[in-house]
Design a protein around this ligand. Structure first.
Ligand SMILES: CC(=O)SCCNC(=O)CCNC(=O)[C@H](O)C(C)(C)COP(=O)(O)OP(=O)(O)OC[C@H]1O[C@@H](n2cnc3c(N)ncnc32)[C@H](O)[C@@H]1OP(=O)(O)O
Length: 209
């Protein structure tokens, strides 16, 4: 989908990178290189100014920490890391969206919201007035944040979950798909159900590198 949005906006993907040696290119005609060393070599051999090339991290799921890491790596390499907003999303001019954040088709962002860097607002997600999302948050498809909700760094709100007004969700937390969140949820836990209850802590190895 990111490639579709990029092409619709007149851009073109020229290179893909992955850490997984078994991965293959998802875009016909676009080469896939592996690992950070290859990335740095590619940047050093660019025959255009590095700041004229855009970079984006395409890592979803609950890997906010990994997404933030590579977002920072792209920025440190000198690439431009803009937000990518689908023309089929509805984003209030009175909202602030951070670098590297991706807003996919049918997402809605209301006025007075503040969204950090390297976030994903997936298809059909809704962020109502005056919400605050820290860096690396992922709203899965159809997740709904009512007004004045806060979501901490790297947390994920699962598909179709609803978070009631003025609720605060901590950092590195996952709200399970379909949950209805009626109370504040702390850092680094998994919570789901209606009403959502904390089910367990997240282990270090679940947070990514
Ligand atoms: C484009 C995209 O696809 S973006 C990605 C979108 N992905 C999502 O929205 C997924 C969000 N993740 C979830 O909802 C996951 O199920 C998690 C994170 C809540 C799983 O948490 P875990 O602690 O690992 O739970 P686990 O999978 O071991 O399941 C434990 C029990 O909870 C139940 N359970 C798991 N998730 C949920 C849920 N969201 N709501 C209700 N019950 C659930 C399971 O059925 C299982 O029940 P059982 O013990 O009776 O068999």
């Amino acid at each position: 989908m990111l490639n579709d949005i990029i092409e619709l906006q007149g851009g073109r993907v020229i290179q893909l990178f992955d850490n997984n040696k078994n991965a293959s290119s998802s875009i016909p005609g676009v080469e896939l290189l592996y690992g950070e060393t290859e990335f740095r070599r590619w940047v050093s051999e660019l025959n255009v100014p590095v700041a004229s090339v855009f970079g984006l991290v395409a890592i979803g799921g609950s890997f906010g920490r990994v997404r933030n890491h590579y977002h920072q790596m792209l920025k440190n390499s000198g690439l431009k890391v803009p937000s990518l907003i689908s023309s089929d999303a509805l984003v209030s001019k009175a909202s602030a969206i951070g670098n590297g954040t991706q807003v996919l088709p049918n997402a809605i962002v209301a006025s007075g919201t503040r969204i950090g860097d390297a976030c994903i607002l997936n298809h059909g997600s809704q962020v109502d007035h005056e919400c605050e999302l820290e860096h690396g948050v992922h709203l899965a498809p159809g997740a709904i944040l009512c007004g004045c909700v806060k979501v901490g760094c790297r947390s994920m709100v699962g598909a179709g979950a609803t978070v009631l007004p003025r609720i605060a969700i901590g950092a590195d937390t996952i709200i399970g798909a379909g949950a209805v969140v009626t109370r504040d949820i702390p850092d680094r836990v998994i919570a789901f159900g209606n009403p959502a209850r904390v089910v367990r802590q997240r282990r270090e190895d679940e947070l990514g590198e």
